[in-house]
Ligand binder design. Structure first.
Ligand code: NAD
Length: 487
């Protein structure tokens, strides 16, 4: 189904341990964003495909949960090993799916998915309840899986999202039906294929393609116990509402407009590096990006000069070329949306420091763009752009900047650069955000929880916290003597 590379998924869906096609489903074109070329076509799931996937996941769940955690973990860890061994071909596929530079995908996608499979695989054998002595009587808790889980992904990290949801779900004894974003349908299929090769029984991890309607059909099905979504806030509202209606467990990983504060005592190069990683990695298509960069007045112009100097190191070109470090937007639509924000920034009076337009080459490339003198009310300072657009804002005092950093309905992430140890921790404590960094930005290792507060999310991925969101506790009270009754 694809023109390149060799290691391709062979059909649209992966159900019950095998690739499945149903050509009756609407065609979804997978476009390589660096050229606009169609590299694959898949079909959206028909109702029959959705039914087959849910039935397979439901049928497989009890036996999967009945295996020991160590056995389940072994499958996940084997999958991690296969992923690492095939990192290059998986990274090439991720690059074709998203347009992100191979230089990035080689170190951030299949490798991050493998980390999740390895870490949750290692944990699976240690999941347990507790014993509670109650005088003569006692109680114990049993950690149980939830059942069939639905995962729904965004387009920016298709391999990683498929694994970050799948690994803890499977470790806990759940089965999963995963729907990737229609913009990046390919990579999740490889996650399913590799899990199966690693020994996951048929039905344990299934992938179906489709737009929002397919996601909605999955969320609305009575067999589904849990929904984990990565997507935008508006989609999150809909999915959360539908899930609440049916009393599903939910995890919502949504959008943000995160602050990054640079105090005048910060290591300037480290702060510039943090701002670059937090705005331009993956061409800015990262949910946790620190897109509102508050810089202390004494260092502002030096910060901007250094930033512009370092941005001269951007190398655009075919993302499959490993020398390229800056790729296109994922789609023409996304390029237009981001272009619209850049125009708005200029209209509303922000100072364009660098970038600001398209690049004269095929594909959906935009220049890395920096605005200074941005004020809180400007559109580019309020709305999630999801592209390579950094807003630099001025501030005077710590109290003021923290209040302004928090004055947003989002609460995904936040960062602070300072050499003052107590100030770093004080500011981190004051941030209204789920994932914060001091003298770093956008590092999200599997060992620690990741997720948002306020409109940016519900629940957490990664870390031990993810286990709480993919399992439930049953309490068993054990009476050891007679039963007292009033009559
Ligand atoms: P999106 O909200 O448009 O789509 C996300 C997914 O939801 C897609 O698979 C889509 O098909 C599906 N969907 C749409 N409507 C649905 C419905 N009614 N029911 C069920 N599923 C439905 O998001 P996107 O444009 O693919 O991704 C970008 C967004 O994702 C940004 O806002 C970004 O911040 C966010 N994001 C968040 C995180 C995080 O971990 N917090 C990570 C990556 C991306």
């Amino acid at each position: 189904m694809m023109t390149r590379p060799d290691a391709q998924p062979t059909a649209s869906h992966f159900i019950n341990g095998a690739y499945v096609e149903d050509a009756a489903g609407e065609v979804i074109e997978c476009v390589y964003p660096a050229t606009g070329e169609v590299v694959a076509r898949v079909h959206a799931a028909t109702p029959q495909i959705v039914e087959r996937a849910l039935a397979a996941a439901a049928a497989a769940q009890k036996d999967w949960a009945a295996m020991t955690g160590t056995e389940r973990g072994r499958v996940l860890r084997r999958a991690a090993e296969i992923m690492r061994a095939r990192n290059r071909e998986l990274s090439e596929l991720e690059t074709l799916d998203t347009g992100k530079p191979l230089q990035e995908t080689l170190v951030a996608d299949a490798t991050s998915a493998a980390d999740a499979l390895e870490w949750f695989g290692g944990l699976a054998g240690s999941l347990r309840g507790e014993h509670v002595q109650l005088g003569r009587d006692w109680a114990y808790t049993i950690r149980e899986p939830l059942g069939v889980c639905v995962g729904i992904g965004a387009w920016n990290y298709p391999t990683q999202i498929a694994a970050w949801k799948g690994a803890p779900a499977l470790a806990c004894g759940n089965t999963m039906v995963f729907k990737p974003s229609e913009t990046t349908p390919l990579c999740a299929l490889k996650v399913a294929e590799i899990l199966t090769e690693a020994g996951a029984p048929p039905g344990v991890y299934n992938v179906v393609q489709g737009m929002g309607a397919v996601g909605a059909a999955l969320v609305g099905d009575a067999r589904v116990a849990k929904v984990s979504l990565t997507g935008s806030v508006p989609t999150g509202r809909k999915v959360y509402a539908a899930a609440a209606d049916a009393r599903r467990h939910v995890t919502m990983e949504l959008g943000g407009k995160s602050p990054l504060i640079v105090f005048d005592d910060a290591d300037l190069d480290a702060a510039v590096g943090g701002a670059i990683n937090g705005n331009f990695y993956s061409s800015g298509q990262v949910c946790s990006n620190g897109t509102r960069v508050f810089v202390a007045p004494d260092i502002k112009e030096r910060f901007l000069d250094r930033l512009v100097e370092r941005l001269s190191g951007v190398v655009m070109g075919d993302p499959l070329d490993e020398a390229v470090n800056f790729g296109p937007m994922v789609s023409e639509d996304q390029m237009k949306i981001v272009g619209g924000y850049i125009a708005r920034g200029i209209e509303e009076g922000a100072r364009l420091v660098t970038g600001g337009g398209r690049v004269n080459r095929p594909g959906y490339f935009l220049q890395p763009t920096v605005f200074a003198d941005v004020t809180d009310g400007m559109t580019i300072a309020r709305e999630e752009i999801f592209g390579p657009v950094m807003s630099v804002l001025d501030f005077e005092t710590e109290d003021e900047v923290v209040a302004r950093a928090n004055a947003t309905p989002f609460g995904l992430s936040a960062g602070v650069f300072t050499a003052d140890l107590t100030r770093g921790h004080r500011v981190a404590r004051a941030f209204e955000a789920g994932s914060c960094w001091i003298n770093a930005y956008n590092l999200t290792p599997v060992e620690v929880p990741f997720g948002g507060s306020k409109l940016s999310g519900v629940g957490r991925e990664n870390g031990l916290a993810a286990i709480e969101h993919f399992s439930q506790l049953k309490t068993v009270y054990v009476g050891m003597g007679g039963v007292d009754a009033p009559y």
